[in-house]
Write a protein that binds this ligand. Sequence first.
Ligand SMILES: Nc1nc2c(c(=O)[nH]1)N[C@H]1C(S)=C(S)[C@@H](COP(=O)(O)OP(=O)(O)OC[C@H]3O[C@@H](n4cnc5c(=O)[nH]c(N)nc54)[C@H](O)[C@@H]3O)O[C@H]1N2
Ligand SMILES: Nc1nc2c(c(=O)[nH]1)N[C@H]1C(S)=C(S)[C@@H](COP(=O)(O)OP(=O)(O)OC[C@H]3O[C@@H](n4cnc5c(=O)[nH]c(N)nc54)[C@H](O)[C@@H]3O)O[C@H]1N2
Ligand code: SF4
Ligand SMILES: [Mo]
Length: 717
Amino acid sequence: MAVEKKTFCGICEASCGLIATVDGGTVTELRPDPDHLSSKGFACIKGLSFNAVVGDPDRVTRPMRRLANGEFAPASWDEALDDIGSRLRAVRDLHGTEAIGVAWGNPVAWNFTGSLAVSGLASALKTKHHYASASIDVNNYWAAADMTYGATTVNVLPDFAHTDFALIVGANPVVSHGSLVTTGRIRDVLREIPKRGGRVVVVDPRRTETARMFEHVAIRPGADAWLLGAMLRVLLDEGLVDSAAIERTCSGLDGLRQLAAYFDIDRAATESGIPATAIVELARSLAASPTASVYGRCGASLSRYSTLTKFLLDALAIVTGNLDRRGGMVFPFPMIDLDGMAAAMGLASRGTWTTRVDGVAEINGTAPLACLPAEITTPGPGRLRALITMSSNLVTSAPDSAKSAAALRELDLMVALDPYITETSRLADWVLPPALWLEREQIPIFTQGQTTEPNAQWVSPVVPPRGEAREDWWIIDQIARRLGLAASAAPGAQVLAKFGIRLSPMTAMDLLLRMGPHGDRFGLRRNGLSRKKLLSTEGAVTLAESCPVGVLAEKIHTPDGRIRLSQPELIAEAQRMCAETDSADYPLRLFTIRELRSHNSWLHNVPRLMSGGRRCRAFVHPETAAAAAVNAGDVTISSPWGRIDVPVELDDAIAVGAVGLTQGWGHAGGWSVAVAAGGASYNMLTPSGGDQVDRPSGNAFFNGVPVAIAPAAVSLR
Ligand SMILES: Nc1nc2c(c(=O)[nH]1)N[C@H]1C(S)=C(S)[C@@H](COP(=O)(O)OP(=O)(O)OC[C@H]3O[C@@H](n4cnc5c(=O)[nH]c(N)nc54)[C@H](O)[C@@H]3O)O[C@H]1N2
Ligand SMILES: Nc1nc2c(c(=O)[nH]1)N[C@H]1C(S)=C(S)[C@@H](COP(=O)(O)OP(=O)(O)OC[C@H]3O[C@@H](n4cnc5c(=O)[nH]c(N)nc54)[C@H](O)[C@@H]3O)O[C@H]1N2
Ligand code: SF4
Ligand SMILES: [Mo]
């Protein structure tokens, strides 16, 4: 008999409430939960199609061993884990545990058990080889937060529901459904801003789905710091700042003035392609607005100067008095305050060590994926020799696809935890089958810390894992046991493990919840939360109507409790940026297009999501095409680091001089629908290596990459 069960989607940061229909142990239908307090009956086609991933005929449901001819053959869990265990012990005995590494990817954000286990294993190994998709996504946020607020974990959220002015730089929430902020039905919330007399300004090289609904300012890819720095300069030069707020909460205003002095308005106009008059108007309008939220995401996070960019975004809000203000930028009110705990325990780190080859600073104990290839190929003590990847398709997602793939082939051992044989996992000696989010216990571990509608939810598995799939945490734990370790970063965990005592990730998280601000304190607080209580509740529980304001003092972790406006490291970045010149060989600038029916580099194997002949495409303005003698058809895009051939479309929504390219295509391996779709990886064109990334954060450089285009099959040089 069919039953219904409430859960939430574990694909993107919207974390929409869903109702699953389960019949005979299979999810037969997924529909939006009309009562979910954040998504309120919204869900997109990806979430609603996820049962097709669970039941995908190409899904790996048994451990798979790679044979000498590159094919894979099934094996038992014992065979897999014993072989992996003995080969890891061999690496450890010869080179130490620091030669073993882990790399995890985006789906970890909905996998609290897996994320605790994999970072726990990295900690137990005492390895610097702990790579995370944060370094191809958000590390500029964490570096800027460390500089400004004294801890990497501080994330201030745009209060779109109450703002009079939303400045949105390099984000497309109508398609992405929001990132680093979770606001249910974000499109509708943004729509209300102009209705109440406010403004939404979208800065983007493409007139995107979001930009079309509001005011669009077209920018040259990679030039955001120029625009934002010039706006800051206007505010400071014209005295359009909230001096009382600055006096009360900040230090280092003179340092900020020094930084702003690098941003000449006319040069900023040339670099960004935005007229000087428009830059000045934007700055004045932001300052004049009763409240303003200043928000930037992937477009602003994945350029070469992304920490500087994020700092400038926050600085605009801070100096106009919009931080910790209703309708401005607000601090989160999470179900479990992991960020606050990490900051208090000193785990929110930056620069406590640097990578072996490139000398890039760690962030939160992780190293950049851009540094991974050289860490495998460069000889010397500490060289990476064995790698465990978990939910990472780094060959496609990380910079320099060709170099990443070539380096992975040099490992002594590679183990991939992935439901598919992908362009990455096909290089592994073993592919191990994980349970997917409908098949495991879930909390919105990442998004609960960034929601503007504070709520708590903890759901049990909707269905059991398919075939012999096992939860990621269980797999990591089994590998750790074979090295005599506990996959845990908790103090004392390794000692307790020697006595056979191991805390499951569910128990560990429950302890944090119960002891935290909303917890039941083991019965001391009557209406407090616990895992048991939440598991028996259908749907989410409201914690507050909105994020609190007036909490700045408890959220800032600098020694003097003040926001730091003076940043010598960023002055060095501004100097570096000012010294850059354009390349004559590669006169255009590349930027990423994220699509509604894709999720990063996966979900291309779901026929329903691929209908209509979807494929990888580039887009250029007709003027850009004419200048390069290119017509609609196939085009060769080349950068200093690689070249690809892809179909191009002429589109006047793209800024002149920019090339938009869809991300996450060009598949190989065993996902047949995805492979048949063809295309090429965007990241064939992007650089790895410590000198090519955003220096303070190690975040990858994807947007603003210099490129040239030519009709396909024509040599460019
Ligand atoms: N050029 C360019 N590159 C980019 C970006 C860009 O804008 N431009 N965006 C970047 C961003 S923001 C991100 S987040 C990264 C994402 O890049 P990745 O971190 O590589 O994440 P995905 O591409 O989402 O791939 C997820 C992988 O995890 C597997 N998987 C799914 N669910 C599970 C699970 O529950 N357990 C396990 N073990 N595996 C699972 C999938 O099969 C897939 O292979 O890409 C980055 N790359
Ligand atoms: N449908 C869908 N939803 C997703 C994902 C997906 O793949 N598909 N991925 C999820 C993930 S992992 C993330 S991190 C979020 C990302 O969430 P968002 O950042 O909101 O999504 P993007 O589409 O990457 O938006 C980046 C925007 O920046 C623009 N842009 C590119 N380069 C520049 C630049 O140099 N300057 C400026 N100002 N703009 C630029 C692009 O045109 C694009 O419109 O989305 C999440 N949601
Ligand atoms: S918007 Fe995101 S969380 Fe919501 S259903 Fe779609 S993929 Fe899932
Ligand atoms: Mo991301």
